[in-house]
Design a protein around this ligand. Structure first.
Ligand code: ZN
Length: 346
């Protein structure tokens, strides 16, 4: 890359959303006088009688969890979306609204309250992926469900109120806007080139080897060229796979392996249980062919300089566009240099 870009402010283009981000590498030289202390390693019990996600415990809605041994999902007792909402639109002058319907589910990754994804084995993570696959297929096949969003909020600074290892799935009638933006970009490139823009991008990244964290036979983990969050990472299959329902058994194991190693490395950055929002973007379930789609999982972690110093999206970022100081290459080098062994087990 042009060496000037490593030193000077520049903008980078996100090929998947069509949006720009401002990078200001010169600012990493400015003095930092904030806190840098490490957090002490908190130990959680394997079972918490007050946790509404632990096996055999009662939930607020009145249901009782089974004594589950593998990943377990259920309909959220406080769903943001409801099934069977009548389809209607409202337009009055410049006011527009439409009804929305869907299903929200909770996915417990493990019966063990003390774990997180990076502390689970490859086999246990493979079971989580199998459940995601099953949910994507079942929810996606339902009438009126055109999109299935799988995601995880990890850590209380991300607003996750329960430390039990779990994620969520929101399945709904409309295509959410983040997905629609990517769908439009993927489709335009597909129509022009008959290839996946993400597959071509991954080929270029593997050849350059500047932002690759790790790879295995089927998957790659990298810091995207256009990353917004300081240690933002993306995991994607090397071949174009439209959605996780298409993963073979072997590919599922490869996905689990890279998911485990990537989240271990994220925890190792500041030797803390790294908070993030992670989500899978994949083909809509609207019954149409989606040859353009190439699924990927993104991690948006807010931590910047230590286990307690967080990046805020404020000011210029709220009014103009996102901005970052450390470059994607610097972040990739930091994560790449870390161990695949979790710091708590070193
Ligand atoms: Zn629990």
């Amino acid at each position: 890359m042009n060496t000037e870009f490593n030193e000077n402010p520049h903008r980078r283009f996100n090929i998947l959303t069509g949006e720009w981000i401002l990078v200001s590498p010169h600012r990493t030289k400015r003095p930092w006088q904030g806190k840098t202390e490490k957090q002490s390693l908190e130990t959680k019990p394997k079972y918490d009688p007050n946790c509404y996600l632990c096996p055999t415990n009662g939930r607020m809605g009145g249901a009782v969890n089974p004594d589950y041994k593998k990943p377990f999902s259920f309909v959220n007792d406080f769903s943001a979306l409801l099934k069977d909402v009548k389809e209607e639109t409202y337009t009055k002058g410049l006011l527009h609204a439409q009804s929305e319907s869907g299903i929200c589910k909770v996915v417990c990754f493990s019966p063990d309250h003390s774990l997180t994804l990076p502390l689970m084995s490859k086999e246990e993570i493979t079971d989580v992926i199998s459940l995601w696959q099953q949910e994507y297929n079942e929810l996606g096949a339902m009438d009126g469900i055109n999109h299935v969003q799988i995601f995880e909020n990890k850590g209380d600074i991300m607003g996750c109120s329960n430390p039990h290892p779990h994620g969520q799935i929101w399945a709904q009638r409309s295509i959410p806007q983040e997905v629609q933006k990517k769908s439009d970009r993927l489709l335009a490139y597909w129509n022009e080139n008959q290839t996946s823009i993400l597959e071509d991008y991954i080929k270029q990244e593997l050849a350059l080897n500047e932002r690759i964290i790790i790879e295995n036979e089927h998957f790659v983990s990298l810091v995207p060229y256009w990353a917004v969050w300081p240690y933002e990472t993306m995991i994607a299959p090397k071949r174009k796979i439209a959605h996780i329902g298409e993963l073979s058994t072997e590919e599922k194991k490869a996905f689990a392996e890279i998911l485990r190693k990537t989240t271990i490395r994220l925890d190792n950055i500041f030797e803390t249980s790294f908070p993030y929002s992670a989500g899978i973007h994949q083909a809509p379930t609207d019954g149409k062919e989606h040859p353009e789609w190439h699924f990927h999982m993104s991690f948006y972690p807010p931590l910047l300089r230590s286990a307690t110093v967080k990046k805020f999206m404020v000011g210029y970022e709220m009014f103009a566009n996102p901005q970052r100081d450390i470059t994607a290459e610097q972040a990739a080098n930091t994560i790449k240099a870390l161990s695949d062994v979790h710091y708590s087990k070193q």
